[in-house]
Design a protein around this ligand. Sequence first.
Ligand code: FNR
Length: 380
Amino acid sequence: YEIYLNGMTGAVPRLPTDLTRLAEVAEHRLPPGPVGYVAGSAGDGSTSRANRAALARRRIVPRMLRDVAERDLSTEVLGRSLPAPLALAPVGVLKIMHPDAESAAARAAAARGVPYILSSASSTPMEQVAREMGDGERWFQLYWGKDREVTRSFLARAKAAGFSVLVVTLDTQLLAWRPRDLDQAYLPFLHGVGTANYFSDPAFQAGLDKPVHEDLKAAVLHFLGLFGDAGHTWPDLAFLREHWDGPIVLKGVLHPDDARLAADAGMDGVVVSNHGGRQVAGSVAAADALPRVAEAVGDRLTVLFDSGVRTGDDVFKALALGARAVLLGRPYVYGLGLDGQAGVEHVIRCLLAEFDLTLALSGHARPGTVSAADLVEDPV
Ligand code: FNR
């Protein structure tokens, strides 16, 4: 009711409360290169559209008279108690959106008790983000590149800085064909954004002939050269397992057999995700892959979900399709670009308020009771 009460003095929210509208507002107000990078997708955008369509096709069947007067959104994920089944997805290069970049997003997450997943490709070094978060729950996302020493160093730094869960992104060994960025010849990394963890890393610096500040171009090229490794295979995960003693979650898993391989490799969870449609054009929609993965490994692994989550009912549907919690991507990035930390908090609060209402109005007092029985699938 806070928004309605504020309205009694004439105040209305600065950003839309329908979070599906943020993209359109961002397109109007933010510069074309950066907003194109965030909004853009692989190929003709069909995977991004499919992500939304797969969620839209599922419809909730609300149940009545179930006493939902007292509700509790808290959820246990990977041994942690979270206030809601939500975390902020790892999104790199946030300085293209706002000068406060990852720091603002991380502070917003900490203020709301939501885990913040810091990207390897952040524009702010992980130690600084950790300081800004105090004891806020933080996870570290690894781009698993070619240089083992850099990987080892990142894991040690992340551990020392209090990041508790390691999220290893598997779907970005190479950067996909992204026409919006290609047409504008715009890649944030070439503008020196997204390299902060690398440039500040002793193992990375050891691979350079000259210090970063003396030859920035050589440093950027070195970064691009080691950023992804398309040669990795499942047995290589043993290296990460050996160097990280907390939970490890593999992000970008879409096939049930890959989820089984993740469990066999001693992983703790998977994120069913197609990177928001930014990697494989023509890929299966994340929400269509989710129930199959959950069925295959739901009893062995923590199954998380992202790609297409925009609203409270999307969160509900993801839980019904088998996810334990969801990661929020582009909406909080637009919130950041449009209004800094306050914009990210607006997005988190709207999403959770809408989820709380969806839950209650559908007949649930807790996320844990939501199941496949709450959904029907619309004919296409
Ligand atoms: C991403 N994503 C991403 N994922 C990751 O593991 N590391 C990263 O550095 C990034 N960077 C990144 C930048 C931008 C601009 C976007 C939009 C996305 C993917 C992200 O974690 C998540 O999977 C998607 O954003 C989910 O899709 P939606 O909900 O944004 O459509």
